[in-house]
Design a protein around this ligand. Structure first.
Ligand code: AGP
Length: 604
């Protein structure tokens, strides 16, 4: 989830690129850079950290006339946030910026290195510019070389490339990652990952479609579709409201992030699934050698995703698994043995309680792993190994896509460990991988469902409390649904194991007690159904989430018929997220910044 910008014209190109990147910082900012080509010479600037560091480095640079330039703000997916890994990336006489993941980069990189190409960075992006220059030497024509290069890439990308061989041209390509072009009254051209940077610069824009590639010069814009046929640009008016543009037209960042889950999960999976195995380039198998127990430790929503891992690892990896709330673990004087792998989970990588438990584990000599969304965070720097969830920046305080990508990483990791421990057959692993590939389809938000949740939410604005209930891996999802509701509606809610209701909580059952029951078809359906019937018999108000109608429910939210309970898990996750969102909206709360909460709790 990076941000890219480009400009072609005679205006102050540094100002245009940097202000454009500033508008994209919400997409990611662990490093940034710009490359400007003027009078046949490149000026290149890169900096780690926030954009102000890049502004400092460029303060003495100014362009003087016509120039082409590209810029990038990075959210690391391959390679640490360093200046070498910061974009733009250099070939010999060309620079490239890229948003997305080149799935076949390792193969391309090896082929290029075998031909003597020297790589400076750890990124997947760098292969693009070297492949282009290889093709340029072969074809002697820049556009043909660019076109051939684009055809050789697999994965998701939004690319801008500038080269000394065509000093008045910007080449572009779009597949799976957003990008648009705008023009102003002087017919200068502007590129960006989203429309925010173009507001105030351009009045109309063309949103590129998947497969589009081409180039722009001061005289013409040439767009070609994936099949190589040229097509006309489709310029549309550009909205002039920056904040709504950052929210891409959604009412809240949280709403946008719920809708983003399908695409960011595709990023989470990208490059990590073959037909028969899960691949984590960032891991060395020996991290799991000599391990008799895996202990997960986290807070809040990350604790809930860790609990889902608890079920997946014991079921698939057949390894003893334990679970800790970080704020409890750190003061419990716990017994820790060196044959335990200590795994911390954190969206921010900075949560104080979780970070302290990681330090405790390191001090006790345990091997450590972090599942995190922010590269270069404290936990990523401290753990022996790190897996990035690739969710992109999560602005909503109430976590959604971070949770979804954490669960996805855990599902993959449980299969990775199952292969090491030979606890699942190759066929079983392949079948699970096929299911993983379906997750993006099962996390798309439909207008029908969202409208249903908007209508339903009006019935759940009061009452003396909510129970979210589920069994097995749906218990952590029940906990997560309850936390979402508490966080943004300020109504009391509890997540509870469905089988536990009869051991006390059912005493609360009456029409004012709202129960949200997670009723998957493929996991303990009959047992959970009887728990719901116990509540219904005592007149509790029940909303059932399931793929099959349930006649004793007061409200019913239907999910699609799925092949497997994990796909039901993701569909039900969307439902409970939308329910809390729409209840909060009706109560007039600040969905993105709920009272009393912070996005990252870096204090005890
Ligand atoms: C999630 O909706 C909450 N905002 C909160 O529980 C959060 O998950 C918790 O503070 C842990 O944060 P982390 O994942 O950044 O460590």
């Amino acid at each position: 989830m990076c941000g890219i910008v480009g400009y072609l014209g005679k205006k102050n190109i540094k100002e245009i690129l940097l202000s454009g990147l500033k508008e994209l910082e919400y997409r990611g900012y662990d490093s940034a850079g710009i490359a400007v080509l003027e009078d046949g010479n490149f000026s290149i600037y890169k900096a780690v950290g926030k954009l102000v560091n890049l502004e400092e480095k460029t303060k003495d640079y100014e362009s003087h006339g016509f120039a082409v330039g590209i810029g990038h703000t990075r959210w690391a997916t391959h390679g640490k946030p360093t200046e070498l890994n910061a974009h733009p990336h250099l070939g010999e006489s060309s620079y490239v910026v890229h948003n997305g993941i080149i799935e076949n980069y390792a193969q391309l990189k090896k082929e290029l290195q075998d031909k003597g190409v020297v790589f400076l960075s750890q990124t997947d992006t760098e292969v693009i510019v070297h492949q282009f220059e290889k093709n340029l030497k072969l074809l002697k024509n820049s556009f043909d070389a660019f076109s051939k290069t684009v055809g050789e890439l697999q994965g998701a990308y939004a690319i801008l490339l500038v080269t000394k061989s065509e000093p008045d041209t910007i080449f572009f390509a779009k597949q799976g990652s957003p990008m648009l072009i705008g023009v102003d009254e002087q017919n200068d051209s502007y590129f960006a990952s989203s429309d925010t940077p173009l507001i105030g610069q351009c009045n109309s824009v063309n949103y590129f479609e998947d497969g589009d590639f081409g180039y722009v010069t001061p005289k013409k814009l040439m767009i070609f579709s994936a099949n190589g046929t040229q097509r006309d640009a489709k310029f549309v008016p550009l909205s002039q409201n920056k904040l709504s543009a950052q929210k891409d037209g959604f009412r809240f960042f949280m709403e946008k992030e719920i809708y983003e889950q399908s695409s960011v999960i595709s990023d989470t999976l990208m490059g990590r699934l073959s037909e028969s195995e899960v691949i984590f380039e960032e891991l060395n198998e020996n991290l799991f050698y000599g391990i008799s127990e895996i202990k997960f430790c986290a807070c809040g929503t990350s604790y809930h995703s860790a609990m889902s891992a608890f079920y997946l690892f014991e079921r698939y990896a057949k390894v003893k698994t334990s679970l800790e709330v970080a704020s409890e673990f750190r003061y419990r004087n716990p017994i820790m043995s060196k044959d335990t792998l200590f795994v911390v989970i954190s969206q921010s990588g900075e949560t104080a309680d979780t970070l302290e438990t990681l330090k405790m584990a390191k001090k006790a000599g345990l091997k450590t792993l972090v599942i995190c969304n922010v590269d270069n965070s404290s936990m990523v720097r401290l753990a022996d190994a790190a897996i990035l969830t690739r969710a992109g920046i999560e602005k909503g305080v109430a976590s959604t896509k971070a949770f979804a990508t954490q669960v996805t990483v855990f599902w993959m990791l449980s299969l990775y460990v199952a292969k090491i421990r030979n606890s699942l057959s190759g066929t079983d692993i392949a079948n699970q991988i096929a299911l993983l590939r379906e997750v993006p389809k099962h996390t798309k938000v439909t207008e029908v469902l969202h409208e249903k949740m908007k209508r339903l939410s009006k019935r759940y604005l009061h009452g003396h409390g909510f129970f979210f209930i589920g069994r097995d891996i749906f218990y952590p999802l029940a906990l997560e649904g309850a936390l979402k509701l508490k966080e943004i509606s300020y109504l009391h809610a509890e997540g509870y194991p469905a089988g536990e209701m009869k051991h006390g909580p059912i005493a609360l059952a009456d029409p004012e007690l709202f129960t949200i029951a997670l009723l998957p078809q493929h996991l303990h359906y009959e047992k959970t159904k009887s728990n719901v019937e116990e509540l219904s018999a005592r007149d509790s108000t029940i909303c059932v989430i399931s793929s099959e109608e349930f006649d004793k429910a007061d409200d019913f939210v239907q999910i699609s018929s799925c092949k497997h309970y994990m796909l039901e898990f993701y569909e039900m996750m969307i439902v409970v997220q939308l329910l809390s969102l729409e209840i909060s909206v009706r109560l007039g709360n600040d969905v993105d910044m709920p009272r009393n909460l912070a996005k990252s709790v870096t204090v005890e």
